[in-house]
Design a protein. Structure first.
Length: 79
């Protein structure tokens, strides 16, 4: 997914085909690096309360979480 910032026309690739793998390997640290703090905290708490099961479910939602995060910040998706 590629997004463009309408204020300064900066273009950034938000997710790669391996983004789900990075979430699986690094868990909440991936969300911290990407700047999605709400999901970093949620991922950590859910993983602790479910004894790690949530850590294996979270990668399935990586693309939708990143997409919503960029759209919420006002970025425009480039096709």
């Amino acid at each position: 997914m590629i997004f463009r910032n309408p204020q300064n026309d900066y273009v950034e690739e938000s997710a790669t085909p391996l983004s789900w793998l990075w979430v699986l390997l690094f868990g909440p640290l991936y969300w911290v690096v990407r700047g999605v703090w709400t999901h970093a905290i949620a991922h950590l708490i859910l993983a602790l309360f479910t004894f790690g099961i949530a850590h294996f479910i979270y990668p399935f939602f990586t693309y939708s979480i990143l997409r919503k995060s960029y759209l919420k910040k006002g970025w425009v998706e480039v096709n």
